[in-house]
Design a binder for this molecule. Structure first.
Ligand SMILES: [Zn+2]
Ligand SMILES: [Zn+2]
Length: 242
């Protein structure tokens, strides 16, 4: 009886606040716990099959490493990275909504998708702490939330790996990025992270979370900051990548 009453109440609420898919706008079941319909979920460009052992780039021809990782094996400071989706088509639209349209509630669905990828790779089992890629404070205030932090919170909840929010920080950027050349920009990013309270990460394995890895410079720079202050290993998981 109690359940029935709840169902009826929820149905009445749904009349006033219809639940719709965040991507296509189709109606979702009024009791739906997800914000994305199944049709859209299935159309997301999921990364599957063979990937580079280091950076997770899909490799259609197989092999152990992608060309970049073969050529510059020391280029990335993380130990391994994997991503759920390719940053294109529907995944791009979804992430832009998550980032800029005040749809922070999407973190739940996206966190679940990331957890699926997490469970596909055994190395993630060694993670001692979850750490999100930080935003600089001004951007954080402007947007109201850090999307990487929301994803990290979800993952920590699902996996029970403790979340650390007071370790990795981003400096205030003094020069606007768009005024810099590509080389300057990458140097600027490299210098923009720092670690506080480093005792807690000494000899620990970190699971670093970000929403998108476009060039991987950001996650690599975070990994460098974490490792130079004592972290043993850094495994990266991002929602999407180029
Ligand atoms: Zn949909
Ligand atoms: Zn690679």
């Amino acid at each position: 009886m109690k359940y029935k009453l709840k169902t009826i109440l929820l149905k009445i609420i749904a009349l006033f606040f219809p639940v719709t898919c965040s991507l296509c706008g189709d109606d979702l079941h009024s009791l739906s716990k997800t914000s994305i319909c199944n049709k859209c979920k299935e159309s997301l460009p999921l990364i599957k099959g063979l990937v580079c052992q280091k950076c997770g780039l899909p490799l259609c021809d197989g092999g152990e490493f992608c060309r970049e990782c073969r050529k510059h094996s020391k280029e990335y400071n993380f130990d391994k990275m994997r991503s759920v989706y390719l940053y294109k088509d529907l995944a791009r639209r979804l992430i832009l909504k998550f980032k800029y349209s005040n749809r922070s509630f999407l973190a739940r669905d996206l966190g679940l998708a990331m957890n699926k990828t997490l469970r596909q790779y055994n190395f993630y089992n060694d993670s001692d702490f979850v750490i999100p890629v930080p935003l600089n404070i001004l951007r954080r205030i402007k947007r109201g939330y850090n999307q990487a932090e929301l994803l990290a919170e979800e993952i920590s909840l699902i996996t029970n790996i403790p979340l650390l929010k007071n370790v990795l920080f981003r400096k205030k950027i003094t020069k606007p990025q768009f005024k810099l050349s590509k080389v300057e920009r990458s140097k600027n990013i490299k210098d923009s992270f720092f670690v506080k309270n480093d005792v807690i990460i000494k000899n620990k394995t970190i699971l670093l979370i970000d929403d998108i890895a476009t060039t991987s410079i950001t996650v690599s720079s975070c990994s460098l900051a974490l490792k130079t202050t004592g972290a043993k290993k850094v495994y990266v998981l991002t929602l999407a990548r180029d």
